[in-house]
Ligand binder design. Structure first.
Ligand code: ATP
Ligand code: MG
Length: 444
C-alpha cells in the first residue's frame, strides 16, 4: 500500500522537538493578557459562512478569494474560520456576555484557514493569538490594547518590530474620503487589477490593501484618510497618540495601513518586523465599532488585535532569541530483571505523583541500550536497579553530566533526596543570577 506521508500544501506539523517553543509563546501571551484582564474564550473552528461574509466583508480578499467554504452533509454552507474576531463577536452576542460587566475582554488562541499562496510566513493553516475588548469607546482603550500587544512582544524578547498606527475614520467621514479616492482611481481604472476595478465601485479603500504591485504603485499617490477625519475621529486619534506618548510607547503614523478586514473603524495598527521580508506584519488590530450591530446585536464600541504565531516564532528564530528549554527528565530508572521492573514501576509512580519527572524502561532493553536512551532524553540522573540493589534497598545515583556517582537509598527518602537536589540547583541558579546583577550594579 502506498504511504500517505505528505500533509496538504500550506500546512505545517509542529514536531515534539519544537512544541515547547509554541507552548512558551502561547502561555506567555495568555498570561500577560490575563494580567490585562483578558480571559480565554474558545469558539468552533467552523461557523456559518454568512458570519464571515457579514463581518469580514464581501469586498475583502479574505471573503472573495481565501475562504475554505463547503457544504456540509446537511446542505448548509459552513466556513473554516479565516480569523478569530467574527467567532468571538458571535459568541459574545449569543451568550449575552455584554450584559455582564462591560468592557467584556476575551483572549483566544486559534488555528485559521485561508486559501493563499503558501510562502515563508504565509500558510493555509496558521495560528493566531488575539484579544477582543467589547464595550470601550474612549481612546485610552485603543492605547491599552496596543500596550498589551507590545508587552507580549517585549516579554517574548521580540526585537526589531515597530508600531505603525493610522485612523480610517468612521462611516460618516469615510464617505467623503471614498468620493475622493474614487475620483483618484477612476482616471487609472484600466491599470488596476480586475478585483480592484470591482472594488472601485463597491469599496475603493480596499484597493489600498491590494497586494498586486501595479495597484500598490498607483495607490502610492492616493489621498489619505487622515486628511478627511471628522472632528470626533480626529480627536479620538489625537487621544490615542497622547496616551501612547505619555507611556513612552514609540509609534509612527503610517497612512498606508487600512487593514484587510471591513469591520475596522478609527484606529488601526500593525507591528511590523524587520526580519520577515515580504510577510512583515506580525500583529494587526484596531477598532471595530460597527461589528456587533452588523451581526444583529447592540452597538458596542470594540477593538482587538491578532498576532500571527508562525511569524512570531520566525522572528524569534531569525534573531536567535532564546526560548526557555523544556524541562529534562530528572531521573531515569534502569531496571535489570522482572522484579526490578515492577519495583521501578512502583517507584516511578510514587515519584511522578509527587511531581518529579521520571522515565523508566518500557521497551525491555538491556542496560547499554537503556543508558544510551537515558542520555538521549537528557535525563539528569540515572539509577540502575538490579537484584542486589533491590535486596539492599540501596543503589547508586549517577549524575549524567559529570559521571559522578553517589549512594542513594531506594526507599521513600528517594523523593526527598531528589527534591533537595532540585532545590539546591534552583538556589545555585538564583545565586548566579543575583551575583551577576550585583556585579553589574557595582560596575555602574
Ligand atoms: P497579510 O497582509 O500579511 O496578508 P492580513 O492583513 O491578511 O496579513 P490579518 O487578517 O490582520 O492579516 O491577521 C493577523 C495576523 O495573522 C497577521 O498580521 C499575520 O501575522 C497573521 N497571518 C495572516 N495571514 C496569514 C497566513 N496566511 N499565514 C500565516 N500568518 C498569517
Ligand atoms: Mg492576508
Amino acid at each position: 500500500m502506498a504511504l500517505i506521508t505528505k500533509a496538504p500544501r500550506g500546512t505545517a506539523d509542529v514536531l515534539p522537538a519544537e512544541s515547547y517553543k509554541w507552548q512558551h509563546v502561547e502561555q506567555t501571551a495568555l498570561s500577560i493578557a490575563r494580567d490585562f484582564g483578558y480571559r480565554e474564550m474558545r469558539t468552533p473552528v467552523f461557523e456559518h459562512t454568512e458570519l464571515f461574509q457579514r463581518s469580514v466583508g464581501e469586498t475583502t480578499d479574505v471573503v472573495q478569494k481565501e475562504m475554505y467554504t463547503f457544504e456540509d452533509k446537511g446542505g448548509r454552507s459552513v466556513t473554516l474560520r479565516p480569523e478569530g474576531t467574527a467567532g468571538m463577536a458571535r459568541a459574545l452576542l449569543e451568550h449575552s456576555l455584554h450584559n455582564d460587566a462591560l468592557p467584556a475582554k476575551v483572549a483566544y488562541l486559534t488555528s485559521c484557514y485561508r486559501y493563499e499562496k503558501p510562502q515563508a510566513g504565509r500558510l493555509r493553516e496558521f495560528h493566531q493569538f488575539g484579544v477582543e475588548c467589547f464595550g470601550a469607546a474612549p481612546p485610552q482603550a485603543d492605547a491599552e490594547i496596543i500596550a498589551l500587544a507590545r508587552t507580549i512582544l517585549e516579554t517574548l524578547g521580540v526585537t526589531g518590530v515597530s508600531l505603525h498606527i493610522n485612523s480610517i475614520g468612521c462611516p460618516s467621514c469615510r464617505a467623503r474620503y471614498h468620493t475622493a479616492l474614487k475620483a483618484y482611481f477612476e482616471v487609472r481604472r484600466d491599470e488596476l487589477c480586475g478585483t480592484c476595478q470591482d472594488r472601485l465601485d463597491r469599496n475603493p479603500m480596499r484597493i489600498l490593501d491590494c497586494k498586486s504591485p501595479a495597484c500598490a504603485d498607483i495607490a502610492k499617490g492616493a489621498p489619505v484618510m487622515l486628511d478627511y477625519l471628522c472632528d470626533d475621529c480626529a480627536a479620538h486619534f489625537e487621544g490615542v497618540r497622547a496616551c501612547l506618548t505619555a507611556a513612552e510607547i514609540p509609534f509612527e503614523i503610517d497612512t498606508r495601513i487600512v487593514r484587510g478586514l471591513d469591520y475596522y473603524t478609527r484606529t488601526v495598527f500593525e507591528f511590523i518586523s524587520d526580519a520577515l521580508g515580504a510577510q512583515a506584519t506580525v500583529c494587526g488590530g484596531g477598532r471595530y465599532d460597527g461589528l456587533t450591530k452588523e451581526l444583529g446585536g447592540p452597538e458596542l464600541p470594540s477593538l482587538g488585535f491578532a498576532m500571527g504565531l508562525e511569524r512570531l516564532l520566525m522572528i524569534l528564530e531569525a534573531k536567535g532569541t532564546s526560548i526557555p528549554a523544556p524541562p529534562r527528565p530528572e531521573l531515569y530508572l534502569a531496571p535489570m530483571g522482572p522484579d526490578a521492573v515492577r519495583e521501578c514501576f512502583a517507584m516511578a509512580s510514587r515519584l511522578r505523583e509527587g511531581g518529579v519527572s521520571v522515565e523508566f524502561d518500557i521497551a525491555g532493553r538491556g542496560l547499554k541500550a537503556q543508558m544510551k536512551y537515558a542520555d538521549k532524553l537528557g535525563a539528569r540522573y540515572v539509577i540502575v536497579v538490579g537484584d542486589n540493589e533491590l535486596a539492599q534497598k540501596q543503589g547508586r545515583l549517577k549524575d549524567m553530566a559529570s559521571g559522578a556517582e553517589e549512594p542513594i537509598a531506594l526507599d521513600d527518602s528517594l523523593y526527598t533526596t531528589l527534591y533537595q537536589k532540585s532545590l539546591d540547583r534552583q538556589l545555585a541558579g538564583m545565586a548566579d543570577l543575583f551575583g551577576e546583577e550585583l556585579a553589574d550594579g557595582l560596575e555602574k
